[in-house]
Design a protein around this ligand. Structure first.
Ligand SMILES: C[S@@+](CC[C@H](N)C(=O)[O-])C[C@H]1O[C@@H](n2cnc3c(N)ncnc32)[C@H](O)[C@@H]1O
Length: 489
């Protein structure tokens, strides 16, 4: 007997787009199936899935993609990353270019899942206002799987929700009011090219082979999180092939280097990370292909045994990674309603009914019994099923701590806290790791946040973590106070 239509539909979506639809979203998927079958006059969901899978519904994938992918985006999302581009990334690129004989004075940026152009628009504002870029050309390419989103991006019209985090001065300077909407200034829009590109199908035409000019800046934000892990790795590898030698890749704030293998190294920019090509010596053993302009290396030896370590580039330790502001709310009719439904659904990705919590509990028990390799396997399975499960990232951090990989532990704790900021025990572990690593100021900010969460009643723990030696509320509070008084051991 063939599996239910909704399961087959989820599988097709995964094959076609790379997006994993967790079981918690299958109810929503069932509604989409019903609606689309009815709209096309098909006898039911089963017939719809058969025809979609058999290529019998031309143009239907475009429709499906815009219904089932999450489009949440807004201008200046994760502002700490844009500040770091201005402060750290551009100076480095321009500095390297100044030494370049050919004096190439064009900065190229690629937003690799640009939704409706909120990210490309933010970059355009940043570039247009940057003092550093005076006398330089810049080009921005935005790509996405969703052609409807790209059409909207080309129009450059945004509702209040999308521009809610644009500082007022920049809103006045770079947007024209159009009724209830805001239009990105044409002098910016015309410098942005939008093209369809399915990240799940590497290699990408956009990168056009080794002689095509590479991108100095690539934003691949908030899309890997929807992919299954092997695909995440393939996509990062394929995208990295288009990154210039001194270029920087940014992932979403919750997507950290568990997706990155040996070919890129994380760089700590203070309150966010970017990723760069490893220096040639360190790249030996990397599974990555050749960098642009470099001869192809001999077949690679097995991947390097160690994980990448962040290299600090920030001039001074800076504030705690700013949590992204809550997505602005607003109303744009039926489409927005549908999208909210998808987004709401996505925000429940963690509320998995299908054994995720049980598997987390098993992983926690294995960690408590010091069976680290088995715990790692179980965590891989959980992250494969749901890359956005905060508990799995939290346990991955715990595992990394036990393995003596402090930087990787910090990254995983941060990923967990991005996905669920209320996990006070994990924030405490993050604070402890930062303190041990000598980042006293950042650690203290985390301790204070734990205390604030406990005081506000927002603090939350994950029952599956019960086997682990984590402090309860009182213990956590005591540890934070001791640490802040400088007495903790
Ligand atoms: C949550 S939005 C992120 C937008 C923006 N990068 C940001 O961080 O605000 C995810 C975007 O990824 C796109 N997407 C999903 N699967 C994709 C794929 N296989 N290839 C390219 N884009 C994809 C979706 O259409 C959507 O626009």
């Amino acid at each position: 007997m063939s599996p239910p239509p909704v399961d087959r539909f989820a599988l097709l979506i995964r094959q076609e787009t790379g997006n994993v639809v967790p079981a918690a979203r299958h109810g929503f998927l069932g509604d989409v199936l019903e609606r689309r079958a009815r709209a096309l006059g098909l006898p039911g969901p089963g017939a719809y899935v058969d025809q979609l899978g058999g290529g019998g519904l031309p143009g239907e994938w475009e429709r499906v993609v815009s219904l089932v992918t999450v489009k949440e985006s807004y201008f200046f999302r994760a502002p700490q990353q844009f500040a770091a581009i201005e402060r750290h990334v551009l100076p480095r690129i321009l500095g390297a270019r100044a030494a370049d004989e050919g004096r190439n004075r064009v900065i190229r940026a690629w937003s690799a899942a640009c939704a409706r152009g909120e990210e490309t628009g933010t970059l355009a504002i940043l570039f247009a206002e940057s003092e550093l870029l005076r006398g330089w050309e810049w080009e921005i390419v935005g790509t996405d799987l969703d052609s409807e989103a790209l059409d909207t991006a080309r129009r450059g019209l945004y509702g209040e929700r999308a521009v809610a985090h644009v500082p007022p001065a920049q809103l006045g300077r770079w947007f024209r009011p159009r009724g209830k909407l805001f239009q990105l200034a044409p002098e910016l829009s015309r410098r942005i090219a939008f093209r369809p590109l399915n990240l799940a199908r590497p290699p990408y035409d956009l990168l056009g082979g080794p002689r095509a000019p590479a991108f100095d800046l690539i934003l691949l934000r908030n899309v890997l999180i929807y992919f299954h892990r092997p695909l995440q790795r393939r996509v990062v590898q394929a995208v990295a092939a288009g990154l210039a030698d001194e270029g920087a890749l940014f992932l979403g704030a919750s997507e950290t280097f568990w997706q990155i293998q040996g070919h890129l190294a994380p760089h700590d920019l203070g309150n966010c990370f970017c990723y760069r090509h490893r220096p040639p010596a360190a790249r030996e053993g990397s599974p990555a292909g050749p960098r642009r302009g470099t001869p192809a290396p001999p077949p690679p030896p097995p991947p390097a045994p160690t994980s990448p370590r962040p290299v600090s580039e920030a001039s001074a330790p800076s504030a705690v990674p700013a949590a992204e502001p809550a997505p602005p709310s607003g109303d744009h009719g039926l489409l927005a309603e549908l999208e909210r439904q998808v987004d709401d659904d996505a925000s429940h990705l963690h509320a998995e009914p299908c054994g995720i919590q049980e598997r987390l509990a098993r992983a926690a028990a294995k960690l408590a019994a010091d069976r680290l390799d088995e715990a790692a396997e179980t965590l891989d399975e959980v992250l494969e099923a749901d890359p956005s499960e905060p508990g799995a990232h939290a346990l991955d951090g715990f595992l990394r701590d036990l393995r003596g990989e402090p930087e990787e532990a910090i990254t995983s704790y941060r990923a967990a806290l991005y996905l669920d900021p209320a996990l006070y025990q994990i924030r405490l572990l993050l604070a402890d790791s930062l303190r041990r690593g000598g980042h006293r100021d950042r650690a203290d900010q985390e301790y204070r946040q734990v205390l604030a969460a406990l005081a506000s009643g927002r603090a939350r723990s994950i029952p599956a973590f019960a086997p682990l030696p984590l402090p309860g509320r009182e213990g956590a509070e005591r540890r934070c106070r001791d640490a802040l008084r400088g007495r903790a051991g």
